[in-house]
Design a protein around this ligand. Structure first.
Ligand code: ZN
Length: 283
């Protein structure tokens, strides 16, 4: 990768400020009479986010935020505070709808609505997207591009950004992975009580070992975090430890997904792929 200003690799700390809407979509009956999960998720935009922003301020590192538009409407101060920091907010559904549950018409309606609402908070048309639960339909990249979205960060088939060609133009894909997601290690609720909470030291070892590999290969390390999870002290201490660890390596480009997207537009040699699902469907 020809990272800018001679940097050796890129690091993006990304925060999905999901809030409580996902609970309304997934478990509407529980949302009405089981407030524990609803309130656990409200901790993100109410409290966790503000702690996260202070952490980023402390180290002078940027963040990229993704937010369902209804979460922004429910917690306008959270959305405004991100904007005040000058950090980008990408689209993340209206109610955190998983795209595999929507038909084409519904998917487009959600995208249009979320763009309108988030555009009001941002003061400009949003250009970043991350699919709720990272679930894309084959049709999604073309739909995103047609509605002015320039990059997506939901797929897992690489460690560096690449272009996805669509009939509406090219969409930059900035890949992610489950191992680099705090929810997989620490998200715990009454509904998944059987899942153990991971030891914070273990998670630090996983994330730093992944970083070591990305550093050696010059990749784009994208960590996916949630303020309702990593906004908790014990987990935030791991994120802080990781920031300090990465700061010990020279040549790291601390950046945001929109800066990576700008950079990519000036890289004629970046890989181009034609479909998010190249396997023939008629085998
Ligand atoms: Zn999410």
């Amino acid at each position: 990768m020809n990272w800018p200003e001679g940097h050796h690799m890129a690091v993006c700390l990304t925060w999905d400020v999901d809030g409580e809407p996902a609970q309304y979509v997934r478990f509407p009956e529980r949302a009405a009479n089981q407030l524990s999960e609803l309130h656990q998720r409200m901790y993100g935009p109410n409290i966790g986010l503000f702690k996260v922003l202070r952490l980023l301020d402390k180290y002078g590192v940027p963040g990229t935020f993704y937010m369902p538009s209804y979460t922004a409407q429910l917690h306008p101060e959270a959305a405004r505070e991100i904007v005040r920091h000058g950090f980008p907010i990408g689209l993340h559904g209206h109610l955190h709808e998983s795209l595999d549950s929507l038909d084409a018409e519904q998917e487009e309606a959600v995208l249009v609505r979320s763009r309108e609402v988030m555009g009001e908070f941002l003061g400009y048309a949003p250009t970043l997207y991350r699919a709720p639960s990272w679930e894309l339909n084959r049709r999604t990249p073309e739909l995103l591009r047609r509605h002015g979205v320039l990059s997506d960060s939901s797929l897992m088939d690489d460690e560096v950004p690449y272009w996805l060609e669509t009939e509406g133009g090219a969409l930059l894909e900035v890949p992610i992975q489950w191992i680099l997601d705090d929810a997989e290690h620490w998200n715990h609720s009454r509904a998944n009580r059987d899942k153990a909470i991971a030891d914070p030291d273990t998670v630090f070892r996983l994330w730093s070992a992944e970083f070591d590999g990305y550093y050696r290969s010059g990749g784009c390390y994208v960590l996916t975090l949630h303020p309702f999870i990593s906004g908790r002290w014990a987990y935030m201490a791991v994120v802080e430890r990781l920031i300090r660890y990465i700061r010990g390596f020279p040549g790291v480009w601390w950046t945001t997904i929109d800066e990576v997207t700008d950079w990519a537009r000036r890289q004629p040699d970046l890989a181009r792929r034609t479909s998010p699902s190249p396997t023939p469907m008629d085998f």
